[in-house]
Design a protein around this ligand. Structure first.
Ligand SMILES: [Zn+2]
Length: 75
């Protein structure tokens, strides 16, 4: 059973919980204040690799194109 990390939006508590995949996005009570205003934290791996991909793509192409097709450099 995978380990998920959650953040309480009321008190800022971060806590882990072992849940099945189908329960991962279900509401879960904070372990400190028992608030249901919690959300699942993004994994460190996903946030890190996502930022690196965006930074790597930026210096290909010209200053006029910001990710989409660009008529001035055909990038
Ligand atoms: Zn809390």
């Amino acid at each position: 059973m995978p380990l998920y990390e959650y953040i309480c939006q009321d008190c800022g508590n971060r806590f882990d919980s072992l849940r099945s995949y189908s329960q991962a996005d279900h509401p879960i009570a904070c372990t400190i204040c028992y608030s249901q205003h919690t959300k699942r934290a993004l994994s460190v791996f996903n946030a890190h690799s996502g930022g690196r991909v965006i930074a790597g793509d930026n210096h290909q192409g010209c200053s006029g194109c910001s990710g989409g097709s660009c008529s001035s450099c055909n990038h």
